[in-house]
Design a protein around this ligand. Structure first.
Ligand SMILES: [Zn+2]
Ligand SMILES: [Zn+2]
Length: 165
């Protein structure tokens, strides 16, 4: 179950008839083709049928599995992303262990590594909750700086393990 409420902003994107061409924005990855179908009882995220809880009949009132809605909103809705992270980490920095009221959401494997990747080659693990962590402002800045330095030297490999303990 998503933690934040389905906003009207999202409802507006529903039910387009055809898959849109992706503009290549790695922060806003392309949606699956099922997203654009309007068939009730078929999940718009995974494309599988949605069954009623107790029987093996198709639930024709729904367009999303709850887990799929959660996953979808994590990617496309920054409020949901923060709500899920808060729920898991409660504002505690993964690096230094301190609570920061102004905690920040960090992608352990930097999302920018998906920049320029073709749609079929996108690595979706970058967009999962597992790849997100809470960092305090100070630690986040340090990590971002180290990534920039590494990139500047032409070494794209960041020592993730250092940042995910
Ligand atoms: Zn689904
Ligand atoms: Zn910290």
């Amino acid at each position: 179950m998503p933690l934040s409420r389905w906003s009207s902003r999202h409802e507006k994107t529903f039910g387009k008839k055809r898959k849109e061409k992706w503009n290549g924005d790695f922060r806003n990855p392309p949606k699956p083709k099922h997203y654009y179908t309007k068939t009730k009882g078929n999940c718009r995220w995974c494309g599988n049928v949605i069954l009623n809880d107790k029987e093996d009949t198709i639930n024709t009132r729904k367009s999303w599995h709850e887990d799929c809605a959660t996953e979808y909103l994590l990617i496309y809705h920054s409020g949901e992303q923060r709500a899920q992270l808060w729920n898991r980490d409660e504002g505690i920095c993964k690096k230094c262990g301190y609570f920061d009221l102004h905690w920040e959401a960090d992608h352990i494997k930097p999302l920018v590594e998906q920049k320029g990747v073709k749609e079929k080659d996108l690595d979706w693990s970058y967009y999962k909750l597992d790849n997100l962590q809470t960092l305090c402002k100070k630690c986040h800045r340090k990590k971002t700086n180290s990534e920039v330095v590494l990139k500047g030297k032409g070494k794209r490999k960041v020592n993730y393990r250092k940042w995910s303990k």
